[in-house]
Design a protein around this ligand. Structure first.
Ligand code: ZN
Length: 132
């Protein structure tokens, strides 16, 4: 499950920075490599900092495994993908550069979907092919 961040609760606790570790099931159709699919959940380690103006800086490290057929030789292959993403959340709808949040609650769902999309490679390779 993807947790949410309640800004007013954080302020009440005077906890303006923090870290979250969790995992979630990605949407299977994000992967467009033939004969390849997610294996297991996406692991997330996320750090946040809430500023005076309620802007929230987020840095997320994600990792997940892709498994299926090697894009070159079709032998079984499994690749661990990891990536980091930094972004900004602000009250309202966001402006394309930033993500928006409403009601004082930050939802990381859209950002994490984008993070997975950006991290996805265009192919995976088996051991043999990646050593060539
Ligand atoms: Zn191969």
């Amino acid at each position: 499950m993807i947790p949410t961040l309640n800004i007013s609760q954080c302020r009440a606790r005077r906890q303006l920075t923090g870290e979250l570790a969790f995992e979630f099931e990605p949407e299977a159709d994000l992967v467009e490599i033939p004969f390849v699919a997610f294996k297991g959940p996406v692991h997330v380690h996320l750090g946040y900092a809430i500023a005076e103006d309620d802007k929230v800086e987020v840095e997320a490290a994600i990792s997940f495994t892709l498994a299926g057929a090697c894009s070159r030789c079709l032998e079984p292959a499994e690749n661990l993908i990891s990536d980091t993403m930094q972004c900004l959340f602000e009250r309202g709808t966001g402006d394309g550069e930033s993500y928006g949040f409403l009601g004082g609650v930050v939802n990381f769902g859209e950002m994490l979907r984008d993070a997975v999309l950006f991290a996805l490679p265009s192919r995976i390779l088996c051991k043999g092919c990646s050593e060539e």
